[in-house]
Every structure is written in C-alpha cells, then in structure tokens.
Ligand binder design. Structure first.
Ligand code: ADP
Ligand code: MG
Length: 326
C-alpha cells in the first residue's frame, strides 16, 4: 500500500529535471547542482491542528506545505529546484493522497520543481517538506546586513491571511462584516491563507540590492525582530504605511487593521531592507515584475522593533506574532 501511495504522489507531483540524475525509487536521490551556485536548503513541517485546521482541503494542505518552504528559499534569493516530502498519514486513503499531491504538484509545476524523494509513515497527520534551490555563491540574502539609514520595505500586502483565517471562524467578532464582503473578496482573503504565493521572483530581484531579507511567516514585527537581532540594529515601522489590499480595507477599519498587518503572520511576503540610495530603483523593478513593494519604515542604531503611527506615537498591539512553546 505504501508503494502504491508513493506512486500516486509521483504521478501527480513528480515533475522532471535534467539535473536529477536519479530520482525517487532508490535509497537516495542523486542530484547535480550547477557549478558556481550554492545549495539553499530548508525544511518546514505542517501538523494538523497546529498549522492547519482539520477541515482543510487536502489540495490546499499540499500547496501550502510546499509554499511555506519555497517562501524560505525566496527570502534567501534562491531559485528552487528540488523537493522531498515526508508524509505521516493516519490511514492509507488514496483519494486524500491524490488531492494532496495534486495541490502540491500544481505549485511544483509552476516553479519547475522535481519531487525527488521522501518518506511515508503512519501516525497523526503531518507533512514535512524539504526544498532545495540554487543561489550564486555569496549572493544569498541574509538576515544580517541591515544598516542604520536603510529603508524597510515589504512586498505585496499584509494582513490578508489573518483576515482569511478569521473569515473561516464562525464566532469571530467581525464575522458579520466578513460575511457581508462580496464573495470574490472573501475568497481572495481565504486564498491568501490557503494558497500562499511564494515571492520567488522578488527574492531573485533583491539579490545584490537588499541588505537583509526575511519572509513574513510569524508576523511582520516578530520577523523583523530577527533582522534587527541578526543585524545588530533597531527598526521603526509606520503602521499607517503598511500595505492593505482592497478586501482587507473593506473588511476592517484602519484601527483594527494594524494588528492583523503587523502581527497576523502567514502572509509569506518578503520584508527586506535596502540602502536609501538604492530603494527607488529596486522598488521600480519590483513594481514592474509585480506584486510590487512598499516602504514601511527604516533601520536605526539600537535594537528591537517599534511600531509607530504617522505622528511617531507608539502603537500598542496585543501580541507581536506567533511562537510555538509560549
Ligand atoms: P527506504 O526504506 O530506503 O527509506 P522508502 O520505502 O521509504 O525507502 O521509499 C522508497 C522510495 O520512495 C524512496 O526513493 C523515497 O525517496 C520515495 N518516497 C517515499 N515516500 C515518499 C513520498 N511521500 N514522496 C515522495 N517520494 C517518496
Ligand atoms: Mg524511507
């Protein structure tokens, strides 16, 4: 049964690349990274009930499991090539596996990724993906490197995934407003949660110009805290400058948006710092290539991340972001 399931996964999500000298089916895959490139490698686990609700469609789980890893590669400025999939399933359900692999395969095909192996075990539902990609030697975008005076920018928009999550909860305080949204806007917010688009194009564009970069997974302020710590700097963010989609603006007044945008997480946008002199050129290229990016604050001497309003007054939030074991 295990091997039948593995076959079903590869039929839907396998992909093929010339640099896969030996793919799934042996004890290990044999891969040929291009000369002059570093291998960027990351892994992330999704556990049912922790990272996604039990009601989540298997196709969305498959997409998301790959997307969160591709977002990490994007944040390094890497181009993805290969993936491994460790799947723990409560039961051998071919229909579930087919739908899961179809969602995974859709995103993999979009970025030319080959699934080169994995592991299949029985237990509580959990999905671990390992993604591998390339970045020219020495050009990866790191968390360290931000300097006082740099601008802080973010791609796309913030807060949509958190709003999408709230629109799926029946007892949410904003349930009436979310239910009153046009269906296309409600679906947009939910898609931002369930089918995040890793900003791979923006990541490679930022190579050579961003001084530091991270993907927004836990919440903007929490993630920028990692840049501040790694770079030995402080960061000030203007809550009024955070980019909000039309759907988010329709569902939440400005006073409620800040918390979703600054601490909501799961947007999988890229937050980066760039020298003020380089900012206009970089923002121009990102705008042409889409999703665009917005300046939201600046890097200072010191430490920590502060959220202020347009007048420079501190904005207090209930929490800064998501952390396990707290
Ligand atoms: P081994 O016992 O040698 O680890 P497995 O029986 O676990 O081998 O896996 C057989 C082959 O199928 C391996 O090449 C492995 O990479 C691949 N494989 C197993 N599970 C998955 C999966 N969920 N997705 C993709 N490939 C898988
Ligand atoms: Mg194995």
């Amino acid at each position: 049964m295990e091997f039948e399931l593995i076959g079903r996964i590869h039929a839907r999500a396998g992909g093929g690349r010339a640099d896969v000298h030996l793919g799934s089916g042996d004890d290990a895959a044999l891969l040929a990274p291009p000369p002059g490139q570093e291998l960027a490698v990351c892994t992330d686990t999704l556990v049912e009930g922790v990272h996604f609700a039990p009601a989540t469609e298997p196709a969305d789980i498959g997409w998301r499991a790959l997307a969160v890893n591709l977002s990490d590669l994007a944040a390094m400025g890497a181009t993805p090539a290969w993936a491994l999939l460790a799947l723990t399933l409560p039961a051998a359900d071919p229909a579930w596996v087919d739908a899961f692999a179809t969602g995974f395969g859709e995103l993999a095909a979009r970025h030319g990724i080959a699934l080169v192996g994995g592991d299949t075990t029985r237990g509580a539902l959990a999905v671990t993906v390992t993604a591998l990609g390339f970045v020219p030697v020495g050009q990866a975008l790191r968390r360290a490197g931000a300097r006082a005076g740099d601008l802080v920018c973010v791609t796309g928009s913030l807060g949509d995934a958190a709003a999408g999550l709230r629109s799926l909860a029946a007892d949410d305080p904003a349930a009436a407003r979310l239910a009153a949204l046009p269906a296309v806007q409600r679906k947009y917010l939910q898609a931002r949660l369930l089918r995040p688009e890793p900003r791979l194009g923006a990541g490679t564009t930022l190579r050579g110009s961003a001084s530091a970069c991270i993907d927004v997974s836990d919440g903007l302020l929490a993630d920028l805290g990692h840049i501040a710590r790694a770079s030995g700097v402080g960061i000030e963010i203007n809550a009024d400058a955070l980019p909000a989609s039309p759907a988010l603006q329709a569902a939440f007044p400005a006073t409620e948006r800040s918390a979703l945008q600054a601490a909501g997480g799961e947007d999988f946008e890229l937050a980066f710092t760039v020298a003020a002199a380089d900012a206009a050129a970089v923002l121009g290229v990102l705008a042409r290539e889409g999703p665009g990016a917005t300046p939201i604050g600046h890097v200072q001497e010191g430490s920590g991340v502060r959220l202020v309003d347009g007048q420079g007054r501190a904005v207090e939030l209930p929490r800064q972001g998501w952390e396990h074991f707290t």
